[in-house]
Design a protein around this ligand. Structure first.
Ligand SMILES: [Zn+2]
Length: 259
């Protein structure tokens, strides 16, 4: 499961080139699915449409922003389903290790029907990025760990193994404190071990915030971010006992040590 973490990085590559002749499309209330025909089967496309609509409700609920998600017909999100991995990498401009990408500026998800994890992991994860950023607005910055943590929280299994991975990192001295995580970025040449730990920590920290510090506080925290309050100022404003990332780190580590 952890191996898969590195396959889900949000990326900001170019939007897929839209040549109408290359894509068939199918629409629903909130999505337009573009797919390669006949290679991507019709029943798969229909399942993607149905699940994307269901996931949109579930993901919005998870972040506490259901009432803000009125995308409407002209603001539908796009999902591009490439024929296979080769097509996705070559024509979608994606990295070899990637199975899905959220193209935030284009409100689009780019992916291909991979053998496993498509509906449980990839689709909800990428949709998590889109929903969060649609809510926050295009100019609000959040640390990458928070972005990825929120996206992983949308996966069906919610990365429940992440706490144990981070706990192990604490024990063997590899743990990256939140204060350091705040500025951390990932690159194509980042070491796989640090990428894996980064994702595990992101999943664990966001899961801790939502489940241990209160769902309603998390919703209010996201709302502060939307109102352009700086990340650490929003922490201090919403969470009475926390005044910065260092305090959040302390509370999170204490929780992990009790696991
Ligand atoms: Zn991601």
């Amino acid at each position: 499961m952890i191996l898969r973490l590195m396959l889900l990085m949000v990326s900001f590559f170019e939007a897929p080139l839209l040549h109408a002749k290359d894509w068939e499309q199918r629409g629903s209330s909130n999505f337009i699915v573009y797919y390669r025909s006949p290679q991507v089967p019709e029943d798969f496309v229909q399942t993607v449409v149905d699940q994307a609509e269901d996931d949109l409700k579930r993901v919005s609920d998870n972040i506490g922003i259901t009432r803000y998600q009125r995308w409407g017909w002209d603001k539908r999100a796009s999902i591009f389903i490439y024929r296979d991995q080769e097509d996705y990498v070559k024509n979608g401009g994606q990295a070899q290790w990637s199975h899905g990408a959220a193209l935030l500026a284009f409100k689009a998800i780019s992916t291909y029907p991979s053998a496993s994890g498509f509906f449980d992991t990839i689709l909800p994860h990428e949709l998590g990025h889109i929903v969060l950023h649609e809510y926050l607005g295009p100019t609000v910055y959040v640390p990458l760990w928070f972005d990825e943590g929120v996206a992983m929280y949308q996966e069906k299994a919610k990365q429940w193994g992440a706490h144990q991975v981070v706990k192990k990192a604490l024990e063997n001295g590899e743990f990256i404190p939140l204060t350091q995580l705040m500025d951390m970025r990932l690159y194509k040449n980042s070491k796989p071990e640090s990428v894996r730990l980064f994702y595990a920590e992101a999943a664990s920290a966001v899961n801790f915030m939502v489940t241990q510090l209160g769902e309603s506080n998390f919703y209010r925290f996201c709302n502060e971010l939307k109102n352009r309050t700086r990340f650490e100022d929003a922490l201090a404003k919403i969470y009475i006992r926390l005044s910065n990332a260092k305090d959040l780190n302390k509370a999170w580590v204490r929780f992990l040590e009790d696991q």
